[in-house]
Design a protein around this ligand. Structure first.
Ligand code: SAM
Length: 190
């Protein structure tokens, strides 16, 4: 590995935000998963969580494999995912279209935060909504009811990135140094 490449990898790892994550609940179209994971990488997310119930599992793997520089944890059900995220002290935000949801720009994303995005056709499950700390919505002014899930993810994640940049959170290394070094030398990362 050239010194330049090592430096680049180190720079990426030093900016990784371990306390910002995304949970994809049964988002199953490979191009959507790929697009969301690509945005996660772009804003410095280290790990994404996925919930794939059995009926969607035939799709798994295709999209995630292509984005190997963002770590992935898969959960068999939403309860397990929520337990892990809340256990890490994250506020869990569920994106969905509701009159009572908070405008996504009114949230403080400098707190440890997990943002859940729902399935392409049916959105987030009632279980996810019930367990979340806040429902957030991207205001819609037109005829269509919702955005593509990867577009919604990009908007919310870049608001998080904007707030975290202002707060200087990309200037402090969050990943433990041992993990940084291990990942920097791991084959194919990033
Ligand atoms: N009929 C579904 C519903 O009512 O939730 C639409 C699902 S939408 C195509 C897929 C996912 O994109 C949603 O679960 C949510 O995560 C996200 N999404 C799309 N538009 C959104 C918006 N305006 N506000 C918040 N989330 C949105």
């Amino acid at each position: 590995m050239s010194p330049e490449r090592y430096q680049r990898i180190r720079q990426v790892l030093e900016r990784r935000q371990t306390d910002l994550t995304v949970c994809l609940e049964n988002v199953h179209k490979p191009h959507n998963v790929s697009a969301v994971v690509r945005t996660c990488d772009a804003v410095g997310i280290h790990r994404v969580h996925t919930v794939w119930e059995k009926k969607y599992q035939f799709r798994r793997g295709t999209a995630m494999g292509s984005q190997q520089w963002v770590r992935q944890t898969n959960h068999d059900n939403i309860n397990d995912a929520m337990a892990e995220l809340k256990g890490q002290g994250m506020q869990v935000l569920v994106t969905h279209l509701s009159d009572t949801a908070v405008d996504f720009r009114d949230i403080d994303y400098t707190k440890p935060t997990a943002i859940l995005f729902g399935q392409e056709k049916y959105g987030a499950t009632d279980e996810a909504k019930a367990m979340a700390d806040h429902d957030i919505v991207i205001p819609m002014m037109g005829m269509v009811q919702s955005l593509n899930v990867s577009v919604a993810a990009a908007l919310v994640l870049y608001e998080a990135q904007r707030q975290r940049t202002i707060a200087g959170m990309y200037n402090t290394q969050q990943l433990p140094e041992e993990e940084c070094q291990a990942l920097a030398f791991q084959n194919g990362y990033p």
